[in-house]
Design a binder for this molecule. Structure first.
Ligand SMILES: [Zn+2]
Length: 143
């Protein structure tokens, strides 16, 4: 049996005793899926789960890198059909990913507005700050 190590992921089972508590020694690695996603198991409730649970990558056959590539094309305002031709994936796959990513972003924005009581301008400023810091971090890492 594997020894539990400190993971940066928590048990997603709402009925579990240690639900959503990160840093406890209750999560162990439990193999990978065919698309490379890591799987984990909670030693408390014995439930197995994918690392991508609760993200747009969850329940996708494509690799994370391919989904990110499709998202980049969507951000550049390419059409679904052109993205399908560029990436070589089916049109329905592109539409499904766009739908999931769009809903995820919408939920994120709603969380910021409702739970944190931020205005849309404040959210925009926050993302601008994050983007700026990301560029600085990249510049420091490269040179
Ligand atoms: Zn659990």
């Amino acid at each position: 049996m594997r020894v539990a190590q400190k993971q940066d992921i928590a048990c997603p089972n709402k009925e579990c005793r240690v639900y959503n508590k990160i840093g406890l020694l209750n999560v162990i690695r439990k193999g990978t899926q065919c698309n490379g996603t890591l799987r984990y198991q909670c030693t408390d409730c014995k439930r197995t789960f994918a690392r991508t649970i609760g993200t747009p990558f969850f329940h996708r056959h494509l690799k994370k890198k391919e989904i990110k590539n499709i998202c980049k094309h969507l951000a550049e305002k390419n059409g679904y059909r052109s993205i399908a031709r560029i990436t070589g994936h089916h049109l329905d796959t592109i539409r499904a990913i766009a739908d999931v990513v769009g809903n995820h972003c919408k939920n994120y924005s709603e969380y910021f507005v409702k739970e944190l009581s931020l205005t849309p301008v404040e959210i925009d400023e926050m993302w601008g700050f994050v983007k700026k810091k990301k560029n600085i971090a990249k510049a420091r890492a490269s040179g």
